[in-house]
Write a protein that binds this ligand. Structure first.
Ligand code: ADP
Ligand code: MG
Length: 456
């Protein structure tokens, strides 16, 4: 029978675990990542731990999960499985410039929309030539929703601030008019809602619920057509028209301008083109420095200009990646006693320039042994038939590296890794390649292995 444990008891459990955890994972990691964590749920077997950000989650998951689990098991006197989840902090952020303090959240939560991220406000947005027009249009829209530019259509490549601007509009509108109904939704969840409504015969209700929205913020609209085709596009068009015709504000973000969107409805396309279309371009190096500076200060860190400039020059195209590098530097500052000098920073963000590192060919045996060692599994398992997750992931990494760092054919690699066929090798290779594009931590980890293997 599942045990019900009250939130205060969970809090206490976590507090009493902290001293022991500090001993086993180290004080620095404990202070940085665990002290601010909270137990969200515990059913007598699995304990769900809420941590502050993805970096903390991945850091703990990679290095300290067994220690955390052991410590909690000891306290409750039975085995505890630990899972982690990133949670937004519930109290307002310390930054005084945040305009979010007075935002009443409940009005945003209606309409099945996603709550806004507290960080994405106008005050945190650095304005420069690359985004001046989009920023001005966004501000204008938030001052007089439905009256000036409708719809506002913002497009750019990934990681350049579309979501930030969309949500900044939402925050501003509610701040000025707490009664306003603002709905932020990604096109992907919109599509999912449409599918669910059709399935449950609730389309009428679904349509009704958007009628009273004052500002509709739709993110990543390219998904509307990409995922489900005509039905969701149709539904989107309907909602869009209803709001547009009653002078409600619609703001849309997309990875492409309206004329390149893969939508079938020409009336929808021309409506989208009829509003204001603004793009966000890559920031120049001065702007990247300003953005880094602002983010560093928000993390309570003041970095010398020399360091900001170095990072800004290394990472050119994507502000999200720029932020990732900065987070890594912040983590380093809080975990290591070392002074933050330029060589140290070079080392920390070396992955971003690892592509230019010298190439060396390695042997299959060496790669398999190295990864088995790093991942704490046996070489026998790595090359054997087991398919549980603990061994599959290390094996996939080793296969990926084998393909990158040896001249062996797919068939030869498959044969070496336990007589697997070439499609398995390809699958592993593709899986890791995809993650490298989306997951900072995997990128960091793989680059780390490459560098270490090459220099040994
Ligand atoms: P997109 O939606 O275009 O993929 P996001 O809005 O998610 O990009 O932006 C990625 C990250 O970069 C976010 O953390 C955002 O706060 C930050 N960012 C983007 N543009 C700026 C800017 N001009 N000033 C400050 N931060 C920015
Ligand atoms: Mg986005």
């Amino acid at each position: 029978m599942p045990e019900i444990i009250s939130p205060p008891a969970l809090h206490e459990l976590w507090q009493s675990a902290l001293p022991q955890l500090a001993e086993s994972v180290g004080h620095a990691a404990c202070d940085s990542f665990l002290r601010s964590a909270q137990v969200i749920a515990y059913d007598g077997e699995t304990l769900l731990l809420g941590v502050a950000n993805e970096f903390a989650r991945d850091w703990l998951a990679d290095r300290h999960l067994p220690a955390i689990s052991a410590c909690l098991s000891e306290l409750v006197k039975k085995p505890v499985q630990v899972q982690m989840q990133v949670v937004e902090r519930s109290e307002p952020p310390p930054a005084p410039q945040s305009s979010l303090m007075q935002v009443p959240e409940p009005s945003l939560a209606t309409f099945g929309s996603t709550p806004l991220n507290r960080k994405y406000v106008f005050d945190n947005f650095v304005v420069a030539d690359c985004n001046r027009f989009a920023h001005a249009a966004a501000q204008q829209v938030s001052k007089s929703p439905g009256k000036s530019y409708n719809p506002l259509f913002i497009h750019s490549k990934v990681g350049l601030g579309k979501t930030h601007l969309l949500q900044a509009i939402g925050h501003k509108v509610v701040e000025q008019n707490p009664g306003a109904q603002v709905a932020y939704i990604s096109a992907e969840s919109f599509v999912n809602q449409v599918i669910a409504a059709i399935r449950d015969n609730r389309t009428a209700e679904f349509r009704r619920k958007y009628r009273n929205v004052d500002v509709w913020l739709v993110d990543d609209i390219q998904f509307i057509a990409a995922i489900e085709g005509p039905a969701s596009e149709e539904e989107f068009f309907h909602t869009f028209n209803t709001l547009y015709e009653t002078n409600k504000q619609v703001v849309i973000a997309s990875d492409a301008p309206p004329r390149h969107l893969q939508i079938m409805n020409d009336r929808l396309r021309s409506r989208l083109e009829m509003g204001i279309v603004a793009d966000l371009r890559c920031p120049d190096v001065e702007t990247r420095i300003a953005i880094l500076d602002k983010k560093a200060q928000a993390e309570g860190l003041s970095l010398p200009r020399e360091i900001l400039a170095y990072v800004a020059e290394k990472i050119e195209s994507n502000i999200r990646v720029l932020e990732g590098a900065l987070l890594k530097i912040c983590a380093h500052v809080s975990l290591a006693d070392e002074e933050l000098t330029l060589p140290v920073v070079e080392e920390i963000i070396a992955d971003y320039s690892a592509a230019s590192a010298p190439q060396r060919r390695l042997s299959l045996q060496y790669i398999a042994e190295y990864i088995a060692d790093q991942k704490n599994c046996s070489l026998e398992d790595m090359l054997g038939p087991k398919r549980n997750q603990e061994i599959v992931w290390p094996r996939q990494i080793a296969i990926y590296l084998a393909r990158e760092k040896t001249d062996s054919s797919l068939a030869k690699i498959g044969e070496f890794f336990g007589g697997r066929d070439h499609s398995t090798v390809l699958h592993a290779y593709n899986k890791v390649s995809e993650l490298l594009e989306t997951d900072e931590v995997v990128l960091w980890e793989i680059n780390e292995y490459k560098r270490a293997m090459e220099t040994q």
